[in-house]
Design a protein around this ligand. Sequence first.
Ligand SMILES: Cc1ncc(COP(=O)(O)O)c(C=O)c1O
Length: 396
Amino acid sequence: MEILRKQFLRHVGQTSDAPLMIEVARAEGIYFYTPEGRQYVDLVSGVSVSNVGHGNPAVVEAVCAQARDYMHIMVYGEMVERPQVKYATTIAELLPAPLESVYFVNSGAEAVEGALKLAKRYTHRTEIVSFLNAYHGSTHGAMSVMGGEAFVGAYRPLLPDTRKLRYNCFEDLAQITERTACVLVEPVQGEGGVRPPAAGFLEALRARCSAVGALLIFDEIQTGFGRSGEMFALFKYGVTPDILCLAKALGGGMPLGAFVSSNEIMAGFRSDPPLGHITTFGGHPVCCAAGLAALEYIREHDLARQAEAKGRLFEELLKDHPAVVEIRRSGLLLAVELGASERLFRAMELLGKAGYLSDWFLFCDTAFRISPPLTITEEQIRECCADICEKVLNRL
Ligand SMILES: Cc1ncc(COP(=O)(O)O)c(C=O)c1O
């Protein structure tokens, strides 16, 4: 065990000086376990990935079956691969017109890259607008539209011709003009600390984009696949983007991303020059088989609707605790606001000791995250909340 930790620190590239360092032996449902048998409740879901729970048998079966049939054959876009075609068709049927062409990639950041490139091709414009406190990934293009300078400054120069607006600020929408290729927005800001849109904001954004001919891109990488209480948050607000970015839960626990648009817009990648976005592993058949099985599971078990009720129950059970300043929520994605970062760091320590994996947000270090698998039961929620009140919030 000690050797493994040493090898982890020495040979696995590190993202910070304070990794969690919990060794995982196995995971099931809302729990994961260390080799010593210590149980943790997963309140993060790998950041909104494991919506159908860890080790979901339907997903595991789909992965094994597809791996036996075939894995990688050829770069994305050349072969007719059944899991990819079936998954794209199912997603297209779920989404409002004209979102019917699904371009599969590997990750959220790559979905964002593809969407930005596509918008430039289609509009022949260059300006890209995004929002303060937005997170869209960590590649150069995605970082160019990230709304927090602290993580970005060291990597400049990034993409030119970008502009950041204040999220939920109607006045700023006037800065979207005939020069703007696209506006990228999370319908509910995730890493900003769970910030739902103000009433009418997304509608006003849609109207402004349509008026000036800019494409509207929704990043539903964190809110998609039931997390927001609808299959996609766009249904919640009745606003259809021109391009939709998906990842995280899209792969049912396997790495997969996608951007979805109309056939007319997507045609931009096909010619003059062709191969507008090249990806070797995008839409890997095993990942598509896993994602399709997970999506079917979400639909069969009505997990999107349940997410709203389960999120509300978490909110009701925690909101009146004196240590809680406020709870911001979209479906089963909650930010429990504690008002100060020292209180949050203490809460994180206590959560870990009590056997809960939580996390804070990239642009909000005063709140902790509750986003368990959507399969969590009412009984488990009540148990978690009682435990968190007693072992964490009461001790702050
Ligand atoms: C809203 C949003 N967009 C994009 C990304 C980037 O996804 P990935 O880490 O798969 O590149 C994330 C990841 O947290 C996200 O939350």
